[in-house]
Ligand binder design. Structure first.
Ligand code: DP6
Length: 352
């Protein structure tokens, strides 16, 4: 599909409406880090969609009033977010021609702690894109579920790249890859269920809240720094190549190779940050302490506990439900929780 196919229709009956939608967050296994104009990713990425970490959004549209956006997060007005959303809405007018024909009141709530540092842009833009598609269908008629999700993913991408993956459950790919049929730079697609071994369908993600609060460098700035990073091209190529072993691993359930690949991706992401100019480091002492403890634990027990990181200090602890999970949970509670700021952990599972 091309961008042209997402352009808006000709006829709309625009009325005041209130819609509400919910969208989960996601955690990437092969990372998106670096992009071109119009939110085109420099390499394909694959993520797990989470189950409990979600954004719930109520969007009130008041037709035929001057265009403006008011946003509330957990009841508090968020002016910074309003500017961002206004810019976003103006940017997607060609795909939703009615979008500037009214006033918006957007109320959002995250199911995860506000200051946790868990990325809310993926679930946040995912939920807004779903609300916009709900309005579009009220104004111009319903298309197929598949079309609607595809366009919501396309629109979510224009808000925040990783958000486009949150529209689907399971393992989700965004970015064109030779080894994933139907994959596209413009929207995400679900990784085929039949190509995923059962062991990867019943997985935990416990997020250790190592550092709560604002990150020192935003993802958007971080992506931008890849433009001048001397290792960027090699990294983009490696991410593309990593889809080849990932496909084999997902099919045959090779946990050992999965662990090696996923941890390598996480460390490469942070290595890229350290190689940027100016350099930056988002990991904290606790992040490194936890990583070392995970490696020691694996060496001693052979149990499949491993980690990934997003653009922050928190550690996503990944482990399957394959019989050893109680031992792993006990280890996390006793050995890893002390490295968090306030005994903070968000216990999530992958949604299939
Ligand atoms: C490290 O999607 O937050 O989480 O497109 O600028 O909004 P923007 O960036 P964003 O970047 C996420 C980067 C990442 C890796 C990933 O989710 O693939």
């Amino acid at each position: 599909m091309t961008t042209q196919e997402f352009l808006g229709k000709e006829n709309y009956t625009v009325t005041s409406q209130t819609v509400s939608e919910s969208c989960p967050s996601n955690i990437a296994l092969i990372k998106y880090w670096g992009k071109y104009a119009d939110q085109i990713p420099a390499n394909p990425s694959i993520s797990y969609t989470l189950n409990h970490c979600k954004t719930n959004t109520i969007l009130e549209f008041l037709a035929d009033q001057p265009f403006s956006v008011q946003t509330f997060l957990s009841g508090n007005e968020e002016v910074k977010f309003e500017e961002k959303i206004e810019k976003y809405f103006k940017n997607i007018e060609q795909y939703l021609p009615w979008i500037l024909r009214g006033r918006y009141i957007i109320k959002t709530e995250n199911t995860f702690p506000h200051s946790s540092g868990i990325a809310s842009s993926a679930s946040g833009f995912g939920a807004i894109a779903k609300c916009l598609m709900a309005l579009d269908e009220l104004f111009s008629g319903k298309g197929s579920e598949e079309e609607s999700l595809g366009k919501a993913s396309f629109l979510a991408r224009l808000g925040s790249g990783s958000a486009c993956r949150s529209l689907y459950n399971g393992l989700v790919v965004w970015g064109s890859s030779d080894v994933v049929e139907g994959s596209s730079d413009l929207f995400a697609v679900r990784y085929p269920d039949e190509d995923i071994h059962a062991i990867f369908k019943d997985f935990n993600d416990w997020v250790l809240l190592i550092h709560e609060g604002q990150k020192s460098v935003s993802s958007t700035v971080g992506h931008g720094l890849m433009n001048t990073n001397p290792y960027a091209e090699r990294r983009f190529q490696e991410a593309r190549e990593n889809f080849i072993p990932m496909k084999e691993i997902l099919k045959n359930g090779d946990m050992e190779r999965f662990i090696t690949l996923v941890e390598h991706e996480a460390l490469t992401l942070h290595a890229m940050m350290m190689m940027s100019d100016p350099a930056f480091i988002l990991m904290k002492t606790g992040t490194l302490e936890v990583i070392n403890k995970i490696w020691d634990f694996r060496k001693e027990t052979g149990l499949p506990l491993f980690f990934t990181l997003d653009a922050g200090a928190n550690v996503h602890l990944l482990f399957p439900n394959n019989g050893a999970e109680e031992k792993i949970k006990t280890f996390i509670e006793s050995e890893l929780l002390p490295h968090t700021q306030k005994n903070g952990v968000v216990k999530d599972v992958m949604k299939f």
